[in-house]
Ligand binder design. Structure first.
Ligand code: SIN
Ligand code: FE2
Length: 217
């Protein structure tokens, strides 16, 4: 019998770094998937281009977004919601590539959430100076499933706060291939991303891509 303690890659196994009872960072977990993830992006963008969404308050987000999978997260003057139709293309969002769903399921399982089947993947594109202010992910119907968040390209500083907006915020540096998972008692923790510094990545240049997997419907 072969014990699969080590993945089929030259990356050493690293234990999850806890951020809370239901939250952790899986360093480098997405590295074996990275080339497949990046190769899928042109097709996704070709169907549903990146765009800068407007918040209900009328502010244009600095991070550019698109989605893949059955449901996509959108924002406009009327509010935040999940929609099966991309309001820009007026068509369904592009399908979620099998490698995306498999990475999300395996990362969730490693973090202690077996059986994660995401139906939404928000694709965030950050350039130097862009940021995501502190927020909770609460537009999903069911908060029983975790959030799985994959970092690619330039590094970023992830802010992980508490259940109240004013709670202390931990700063977590994230690099290409890192995955953050939060669920259970940590599912509604406030989080955000500090303004990105320009530290070009060998594969992506001055861009950070974040894939956020959720069970939305
Ligand atoms: C998000 O909260 O949707 C994205 C977080 C990140 O980019 O790391
Ligand atoms: Fe979020």
């Amino acid at each position: 019998m072969t014990l699969e303690l080590f993945p089929a890659t030259d990356e050493p196994f690293r234990a999850p770094e806890p951020l809370g009872p239901g939250a952790c960072v899986l360093r480098g977990f997405a590295l074996p998937f990275a080339s497949e993830l990046l190769a899928a992006l042109p097709r996704i963008e070709g169907v549903s281009p990146f765009r800068h969404l407007v918040t209900p308050g009328g502010y244009t987000m600095s991070v550019a977004m698109t989605n893949c999978g059955p449901l996509g997260w959108v924002s406009d003057r009327s509010g935040y919601r999940y929609d099966a139709i991309d309001p820009l293309s007026q068509k369904p969002w592009p399908a979620m590539p099998a490698a995306f769903a498999r990475l999300a399921r395996e990362a969730a399982e490693t973090a202690g959430f077996a059986g994660f089947r995401p139906d939404a993947c928000l694709v965030n594109r950050y350039e130097p100076g862009t940021r995501l202010s502190l927020h909770q992910d609460r537009d999903e119907r069911d908060h029983g499933a975790p959030i799985v968040s994959v970092s690619l390209g330039m590094p970023a500083v992830f802010q992980f706060g508490g259940l109240a907006r004013g709670d202390a915020v931990e700063r977590v540096p994230l690099a290409h291939g890192d995955v953050v998972v939060w669920g259970g008692p940590d599912r509604l923790r406030f989080h955000g991303v500090l303004p990105l510094k320009d530290k070009p990545h060998p594969l992506l240049g001055s861009v950070r891509i974040n894939l956020t997997f959720r069970k939305a419907g």
